[in-house]
Write a protein that binds this ligand. Sequence first.
Ligand code: CP
Ligand code: NVA
Length: 310
Amino acid sequence: MRHFLTLADYTKDEILEILELAAKIKNETKNKNFKEYMPKQTLGMIFEKSSTRTRVSFETGIYQLGGIGLFLSSNDIQLGRGEPMSDTSRVISRMVDMVMIRTFEQSKLEEFAKYSKVPVINGLTNEYHPVQLMADYMTIQEAGLEKDLVVAYVGDGNNMAHSWLNMAAKLGFELRISTPKGYEVDENILNKALEDAKQSGAKISVGNDPKEAVKNATVVTTDTWVSMGQEDEKEQRLKDFDGYIVDNNMMKIASPKAIFLHCLPAYRGYEVSEEVMESEQSLIFQEAENRLHAQKGVMVWLDRQRNIAL
Ligand code: CP
Ligand code: NVA
């Protein structure tokens, strides 16, 4: 049985296989051909942080696959009152068929997975956001930009930056990350990506000059400067990220065919300008929709792996 905790646990072939499955199911869905790949299955969806896209896409996704989603907010379940992850996991995973969790430390997700009888999917942790990257890469494929792909990530060295590192390292494309000083990506995650890059041929660079990173890039992407749980640091962060806005001037340095991606929610006037958000180059809403399709691919793939293992 497999879990989906980080892309670092996946091979290039597996990632591409899931994306192929996702594209097939997207096409079927667009033709109103709702195949019940997971009939009567229940997806437990545990949220310790807020969400719009993750909640709606997983709940709709499992329903369209023939199952049902259970929204479990930590405000409502006993986890929020101190019941351990290990107990929560052993209880919930005896009743549902798959679990998605959005939580704080990756170690909490790993703890749940360790005790779970069913596949567990990372719906965002402080360290990673792998399902978002599946949707992002699906959008890149649809835009026809897979070949000679150069991604520039401008902003905070956060969960999104880390998942971009994982994806580039596995698939072998060029990734340039630019963060302000003091907001660099985690060193261990970077080193693991650099190690994997030796095999895949990925070109990975990190630095503090956003203009240098964006030069001729075919994808420009960013994320909020203040992630969930960092609200207390907001004032300082807004000062420290000065000059990191992705605006028209920044987009002009990129390749003329470049697209703009953002996992959303976006804060206009901070990490990205209104013009870039609303420009022709911005594929943010297609990207958001692809959360639904990419995650169906992940769920069906995990379900198949479990059936093979049984
Ligand atoms: N991008 C993303 O995960 O959005 P939500 O926080 O709304 O789920
Ligand atoms: N980095 C952001 C992503 C939100 C989808 C956060 O963790 O809050």
